[in-house]
Design a protein. Structure first.
Lengths: 273, 372
């Protein structure tokens, strides 16, 4: 009997090394999230030539360029809309969107809810660093209440968004959340999301040490990562009670079967063969 | 050839299908919705996809996404939606992604008069998105020409890797006319990089200034970005590379200007008064020329078919022979700005902003007013 051993995951196989060193700040969690995505792609044995990574604008938007695949750095908030056209025209591609909390929930909020509702087979990976990092640290829809940012000098007076609850409410057929502190768990979550047929939404908590952390005395990267982990409680039965400090559930939050839009379209009226 | 009667918007959809359009994303808006409705019905039968998006921003985004995937793609809208598309129009120009946008002009500004015609988007079509960017705008004036120019828009978009706008007013959109549909349509296909081509550069400078495009799945694994980029497709802020990249975008259109430019001249050779108009106003002007000639007044018409690139040489030559130029348009004076820029000949304006088309009699009257 031959034993099938998967080749080990080597991140360099998935990166455009000619672009190194990358330009993310020291301590930024986006690298861990990218690694988790590529690790998942490796384990799923995705064909790089058939992998399309569509990004928006912001720190999360710059992640795609480093990935050795078909990568699209689109306009602010719109990657899901670009991805919708790409996936409908090319059902043979695996389409992954990398977006951020501002990109996805503020300027791109409308596209998110309709992508969830439409249920086209796209995986949306939202890197939530709770701040507009690229533009210098303005409050985002997920910035905690009372946090100090450049646009909330007296502390943020708005509540933060629960992106997963939004995605679930809008009809996403797969919703999950994980922290970058738990890279293997994040990898498994992304893997399940890509394997899921239909629209998958994954929120990956990332840390912005240089801007968010420093301004609010949140410590260095390890402290921030642990703090994010401490905010999570595993998803499971009896987990719906909103008790602090574990304010958010982590893991697979929603997994349900709904008709995938592209399949429905092709079955009912036709389209690309 | 077959002869059919069609409204303008339907002719645009049929032209798109004949040109090979296989993707449409749009958002309902008066007075362009019939194009989307026709595509929703027809596209899947042609192996294509129609999708109704959540807004016009998403519509053009989806169109560009589909085009990056390899499909000939289009959307259709009107003024307010066209405003929302400007962001991704710039992205299409910057990333050199072929696409066609039909803009049926209605009264503006803002919500304006949704069911009334105007020509208020002539300048928005040229300068609506930010930054120095190339654009091609065709401006048909009959249902037949909507069909033909939509096909031409696709051919130019695919050949030159640029967004092309089909710009016409609400009158022609809903005008029902006989259209001769050709048996065979000449279509242009994009230059694709060969599968697995070694050393392929997605934005390499070629003699025709049009880079060869990569189809996802063909092994090139390129990066596409709206950031100013190198021949390799990656962002740069090096001044010499940035200047070169932006210059090439603009030069690409200039280099092919002779083939892009199109116009129709009617008795402009010996015209004392040259009328310049597009769209439905040019139809009125045509009648005005006939009436004026019958009254012994040497009038002529120059009608740009490509609004941008503007037929500069043709306008200069025709205007230089005339004593005066009259620019008639359903706006406060947009086409006139371009004409005034190009000729030292005296330019008069005839404008209407009330949502009514300009009549032949009005043009006749305006020309007579010009006479000393």
């Amino acid at each position: 009997m031959t034993e099938h051993v998967a080749p080990p995951f080597e991140i360099k196989d998935w990166l455009r090394l000619q672009l190194m060193p990358h330009f993310m700040c020291p301590g930024c969690g986006h690298g861990i999230a990218s690694r988790a995505l590529l690790w998942a792609a490796h384990e799923l044995r995705l064909d790089k030539d058939k992998l399309a990574v569509v990004c928006g604008i912001g720190c999360s938007g710059r992640v795609g360029a480093y990935i050795d695949a078909n990568t699209y750095h689109t306009t602010h908030g719109r990657p899901l809309a670009f991805a919708t056209g790409l996936k409908l025209a090319r059902p043979d591609l695996t389409v992954v969107v990398i977006t951020g909390d501002g990109d996805c929930l503020a300027i791109g909020g409308n596209h998110l809810i309709h992508a969830c509702r439409r249920n086209l087979d796209i995986t949306c990976l939202m890197l939530n660093n709770e701040i507009y990092g690229m533009t210098g640290g303005q409050a985002s829809p997920t910035t905690h209440t009372d946090r100090i940012t450049t646009t909330t000098p007296a502390g943020n007076m708005e509540p933060s968004f629960d992106a997963c609850a939004l995605a679930e409410g809008a009809g996403a057929s797969f919703v999950g959340r994980e922290v970058t502190r738990q890279a293997p768990a994040l990898k498994s979550l992304i893997k399940a999301a890509i394997a899921h047929k239909g629209f998958s939404f994954v929120e990956a908590f990332s840390d912005c040490t240089e801007i968010n952390g420093r301004k609010n005395d949140l410590g260095e990267s390890p402290e921030m990562l642990f703090a994010q982990k401490d905010e999570m409680r595993p998803a499971g039965p009896h987990d719906d009670e909103p008790f602090r400090p574990h304010r958010l559930r982590a893991g697979i939050l929603v997994e349900r079967e709904r008709p995938e839009y592209g399949e429905t379209y092709r079955a009912r009226v036709g389209g690309p063969r | 050839m077959s002869l059919v009667t069609l409204p303008g918007n339907r002719a645009s959809a049929l032209g798109a299908l004949a040109a090979g359009c296989r993707f449409f994303a749009g958002y309902p808006i008066t007075p362009s919705s019939e194009i989307a409705e026709t595509m929703a019905r027809e596209l899947p039968r042609h192996g294509g996809v129609f999708v109704q998006m959540e807004d016009e921003i998403a519509s053009l985004a989806a169109v560009v996404g589909a085009s990056l995937g390899g499909a000939k793609a289009m959307t259709a809208t009107s003024g307010p939606g066209f405003s929302l598309m400007q962001e991704n129009l710039g992205y299409a120009a910057m990333t050199e992604t072929p696409c066609v946008i039909v803009n049926v002009m209605r009264g503006g500004p803002s919500t304006g008069m949704p069911t009334r015609p105007s020509q208020g988007d002539i300048m928005q079509a040229r300068w609506g998105t930010h930054g120095d960017h190339p654009i091609i705008v065709v401006a048909p004036n009959s249902v037949q020409e909507i069909y033909e120019q939509t096909i031409r828009a696709f051919n130019l978009a695919e050949e030159l890797r640029t967004p092309v706008i089909v710009l016409y007013d609400e009158v022609i959109a809903h005008l029902i006319e006989a259209v001769a549909l050709p048996v065979e349509v000449v279509t242009t296909e994009r230059k694709w990089a060969e599968r697995g081509e070694a050393g392929y550069l997605p934005y390499a400078e070629t003699p025709d200034l049009v880079p060869v495009m990569s189809r996802p799945g063909d092994g090139h694994r390129v990066h596409v970005t709206g950031l100013t980029h190198t021949a390799e497709g990656f962002p740069t802020q090096k001044p010499e590379l940035a200047e070169r990249a932006t210059r090439r975008l603009l030069d690409k259109i200039e280099l092919h200007r002779d083939r892009i430019e199109a116009c129709e001249a009617l008795r402009s050779d010996d015209a004392d008064v040259l009328i310049v108009a597009i769209g439905i106003v040019a139809r009125a002007a045509r009648r005005a020329v006939v009436d004026l000639r019958a009254q012994g007044i040497k009038a002529g018409l120059l009608r740009p078919i490509t609004q941008w690139s503007f037929p500069e040489r043709a306008l200069r030559e025709a205007a230089s022979r005339a004593r005066a130029v009259l620019v008639a348009e359903m706006n406060a004076g947009q086409l006139a700005l371009e004409v005034e820029r190009l000729t030292p000949t005296k330019v008069a304006r005839l404008n209407r902003l009330d949502g009514e088309p300009i009549s032949p009699a009005e043009i006749v009257h305006a020309v007579k007013e010009l006479r000393p």
